[in-house]
Each structure stands twice: as structure tokens, then as C-alpha cells.
Ligand binder design. Sequence first.
Ligand code: MN
Length: 250
Amino acid sequence: MRLLLSNDDGISSDGLGALEEALAPLGTVYVVAPDREQSAASHALTLHRPLRVQQLSERRWAIDGTPTDCVNLAVNGILRNERPDFVVSGINRGSNLGDDITYSGTVSAAMEGTLLGIPSIAVSVAGRERFDFSAAAPFTAELLRALSGHQLHRHTLLNINAPALPRELIKGVMLTRQGKRRFGDAIVEKVDPRGKKYYWIGGDDLGFVEDEGTDFAAIARDMISITPLHLDLTDYTSFEDLAALKLDWR
Ligand code: MN
């Protein structure tokens, strides 16, 4: 098996290291990851400046770009003649649940793999300061073993979130849907030493809507969450309502 690993926390992240170690027995592991933290980079692709690639060892490369740049450049460039069987992104330091998925560089690296036709998985561990990869890393290895020989749907990637717990305290695995975050209006407005106003986004964590069957509910129950995400973002249920508007611009 050929595996391409990336992340958004940067190539020196311990989450990526834990993943490399756990997946090594499965085959050949290539790492192409950002040279620094790119969390919340979303699915950004760098088009207006050159990208620099630094080869750190035989199968590890750091790139001064986004997670999406890394996967794109790996598949279409660095590993052109060694197409990966899977793209695995993570392990992220912090969960990627509910609405947060849309900001996530971790999930976007897996999205890029999916767009390039390679089955892809994003893996994150919940927590704030201390992160325990002792469940997420071996679970990902087991998942890849189970998936090899099976096909993911063509536009589908898996978003895995594990609780911030050691392996023995994990209560199981739950197939989930994307939950809903409760948003605050946390914009901090301050004044810099030169008298100029500045703003800072985010601050208070309001958590998630308590709803059965969601990714958030799995984490709250100390279970590993697997959410299949689909890249066709079309809302088919809206067709009828929109057609009723009878928009005609001939
Ligand atoms: Mn991150």
C-alpha cells in the first residue's frame, strides 16, 4: 500500500508523527506537509506565488504552502509516478466537528485527495492543550486495513474524530452525521500601541447543538466518530422551492 500523509499543523507536529509511526507497517508512507502551521487554511490553493519544496529525507517533503497545495503537488508532481492508494490527513491537534469542517485545513487536504480520485481520510483528536493520539493512530491503521479492497464512493471522504482519551477509555466507534456548532459573536475589538483599532476573531467556545447521531454526540460519549462527507454540496431538496420562484431570464 502507498500512503500519502499530510496535515495542517505543519510537518513537525506530533500528531503527524504518531500517524506516520502507526501506518508504517501498512506499506510505503510518504509525507508531504506544510512547513508551518496552516490550521483553518480551509481548501485554499496557492496560485499567485511559487511554491518551494524542501526534501527532508527519502520520503518526507515540507512545502511553504497550504494543506491543499501539499496534496495537489504530491499527487501531480512529487509522487507522479507513485500514485498513493490513500491520502490520510492528520492527526489534527483539535477536533474537526460540525460546522468547523468548512474551515479545516485537515479536512481540506483529504478533500483534495478525493477530488484527485484517491480515497481519503481526515483524522483529528479532540482536546485543547494536551492531545492523546494513542487511540486515533492505531484506529486509523485498522480502518485503512479494513478499507483496502473496498471502495469509498467516488466523491466521499471520511472525517474521523477521536476523543482526547487513551485507547482503553474509548467506548467504541459511531457512524455519525455532521453536527451543528452554536456560534458566538466573539469579535474582540482593541487598540494597538500606535492607537489603531484591530480585531480578533473567535474566543468563547459555545460548543455544539446537542443532537443524537452527530459527530459531536459521539465525542461527548467518548466514542470515535466516523462521518462520511460528500463533495457534491448540492441541496437536492431545494430544487422544488427554487423552481417555484419561476425565474425566467431569457
Ligand atoms: Mn490544525
